[in-house]
Structure formats: structure tokens, C-alpha cells
Design a protein around this ligand. Sequence first.
Ligand code: AR6
Length: 234
Amino acid sequence: CKGTTKESLLLGAASKEVKESEDLAKGSVDADVSVGDITTLAFPSISTADFQFNNEKASDIIVEKVEEFVNKLENARLVLVDLSHGSKILSLVRAKAAKRNIDSKKFFTFVGDITRLYSQGGLRCNAIANAANWRLKPGGGGVNAAIFAAAGPSLETATKERAKSLLPGHAVVVPLPSDSPLYTREGVSHVIHVLGPNMNPQRPNSLNNDYTKGCSILRETYTSLFTGFLSIVR
Ligand code: AR6
């Protein structure tokens, strides 16, 4: 999303960015961070809410995959987002990332609505990930419903041009049309839809607690997500 029309505006406000409390290195609360021309992917924890994937296992995989990709990112960074300060997955990931000494400038957690990160949180993110459904359709619940609603109808059209459906473990990178409110208001230039493993028997293709398959698909999901992000950073 470099070179967007909002760029100068967004850069001006970037110094207001607020990083979540448990800054991995310093343990500081709501520390200000100045960022220059940094490309950022904000992502939710895939599969751990509606898809009921175990939080301990998911947090191990998130940290493992972040560690694998963080050094390939050069000037870019990854931010795990959730809606509440009480988020279990955020605290698990923070603790595990701190133990592994992952660079807190390149990876941190943030509390906020992924569709309002800039306007409400001052956190500028060029790309956001969506925990999608296999049909790549709006609605359902969780982050998928929120992202499609905030992006407006042009996201569905742009998504359809790239893919009609998604297999578990896969991602599709969708450039956001410049009339989308997510683009104009939040400065988001790409949505990366990913489909994680489903452990919820009420949802399609439930793995019925098969965590051997589930963990392997969740690993693939993050690999696809971060590889997709790298493809737009480069
Ligand atoms: N901003 C930030 N994080 C959010 C937001 C938001 N607006 N909304 C939810 N989260 P989920 P899944 C967090 O259920 O488990 C959908 O119906 C949430 O707290 O969205 O992969 C799709 O259509 C959790 O940490 O995704 C699929 O069918 C994380 O986002 C299915 O749910 C993921 O929660 C996917 O289920």
C-alpha cells in the first residue's frame, strides 16, 4: 500500500501509534512507537473462536510461524490483534514470544477492532488478514462479518475476481478497491483471506478434534498468510 493517496496523511499520524501494553521487550504499557515507512500486517488468531481450535496449541503455532517469518520481513512487521484486553490468545502468544526473544518491533500484539486500527487505535496497517469461511462470503460472524461489513460491497466483488472458494490452509490476497472505506479511512490496501482448520462440529468440514490434522493445517494457514503478505511487501 505504499504510495497510496493517504500515505502522507497516514505517515503524519504514525507517530501516534500505540503499541499494546505488554511490549515484549520492555513490559511497558501503551508505549508510543514511531514508525517510518513500515509495512504492517494485522492478523487475528485464526480458528480459535468460532472454529474452536485449542488456544494453547494455536499460540504455539502462531509463535513458531512468526519466528520463522519475522526475519524475512526486513522493514515490515506483524501484529496479532484481538478485541479485548482479556484475550487469552493474546496473553499466551505474548508470553511465548517473549520467551523466544522475538523482536518486539517486528512482532507485537494489539487490542482493537481490526477494521478500526488506524481510526481508533492510531495503528497503521497496510494489510489485514481475515479468518474467512470456505465460500469467501460476507456474514457468518467474528472477524469475517466485521471485515466485509467495514469494507463495503467492493471487497466481495474484488474477492470473487480472485477466488470463488478457499481450501483449509490456503490464502488469497485481495487488493482493496480505493473506494472502500477500509482503504480511505483506515489506509488498508490489501485484505488477505485465510481459511483455518475447523474444530466446531456445527461448521462445515469439522475435524472432530483431530489435532494432528488440525495443527498441520493451522501451520499451513499461517505459512500461506505470511507468504501472501511477503508477496505484497516485495
Ligand atoms: N477485530 C479483531 N479481532 C476480532 C474481531 C474484530 N472485529 N472479531 C473477532 N475477532 P473468528 P475463526 C477475533 O471467530 O475461529 C466466521 O463466521 C476473535 O476474538 O472470527 O477462524 C467465518 O465466516 C478471535 O480471536 O474466526 C468462519 O466461518 C479471532 O478474531 C469462522 O467464523 C478469530 O475469530 C472462522 O472462525
